[in-house]
Design a protein around this ligand. Sequence first.
Ligand SMILES: Nc1ncnc2c1ncn2[C@@H]1O[C@H](COP(=O)(O)OP(=O)(O)OP(=O)(O)O)[C@@H](O)[C@H]1O
Length: 306
Amino acid sequence: MTNEPAVAFEAASKAYGPVRAVDGLDLAVPPGETVALLGRNGAGKSTAIGLLLGLDTPDSGRVRLFGGAPAGAVAAGRVGAMLQEGRPVPRVTVRELLTFVARTYPSPMPVAEALALAGLTALADRRVERLSGGQVQRVRFAVALAGNPELIVLDEPTNALDVEARQEFWDAMRGYARRGNTVLFSTHYLEEADAHADRIVVLDSGRILADGTGEELKRAAGGGLVAFDLAGGPTEWLGTLPGVTSVEIRGDRARLRTDDSDATVRALAARDAIRSLEVAPVSLNDAFLALTHKPAAALKEPEPTR
Ligand SMILES: Nc1ncnc2c1ncn2[C@@H]1O[C@H](COP(=O)(O)OP(=O)(O)OP(=O)(O)O)[C@@H](O)[C@H]1O
């Protein structure tokens, strides 16, 4: 391993006519990190991934993989990818397919190892067209592993999978990441980004809106919510409390947004204004909305877990 980032976007831009799909993107991913690219439809995730894999070239700036041009890293098998478009399912077994793909790489991962990592050992002799959607997605993951890559790039890998298939997919991905490999995946799902990535990069209109852990995004979006009963008390002083960024009064209940819940609660307690006190962290969903300033309808959420 070198000290080079696994992935580096350096002021990379790509426009389609008037649309700046990727707009001056600067992003470095060190080896071993799992990063989620989070954004709404059209945020620029797939375009960024296309640039990263050398499928497209930036209009300006550049993209480097392990310190070199993407095409070199891809040809050497250092990068595996799972893109969105589904290819027709071949009429061969899982093992046959993987064996065939592995032969196209200079130093492939042993087929049995790719099968195990993708959770497909028991399905190795099943024909691909007889698998479920979730299993096919893991076959695509195994195909991406065939070249024994150090970096894997996944464009919305769990789209259209049910909860169980999603969990199985992420288990497979984590097994790969635990070996010290780098993962970059795109998603619309906040919970998936939070649960499976070390770092979340929020993209909007081809630019980075936020970059950090789920916790950091929540903090950046304004910490928490403190609510309590006013019990007929005055309200004009609430906005001056430490940490408070906004005040909302509904009936006899005050709801304060704060970037320092602890300080806000201490100040309220000093005034004995803690009747039916409620303190809640800002949700990741709220954080994302605050960052993108878009209505909730623009977001997709995964189905609730069982
Ligand atoms: N080949 C293309 N020709 C014209 N416009 C394009 C092309 N590819 C992408 N765009 C536009 O660039 C912008 C970014 O699209 P991109 O597919 O990268 O977003 P995304 O975040 O991956 O969205 P999704 O979540 O829907 O996959 C969008 O406005 C899209 O319409």
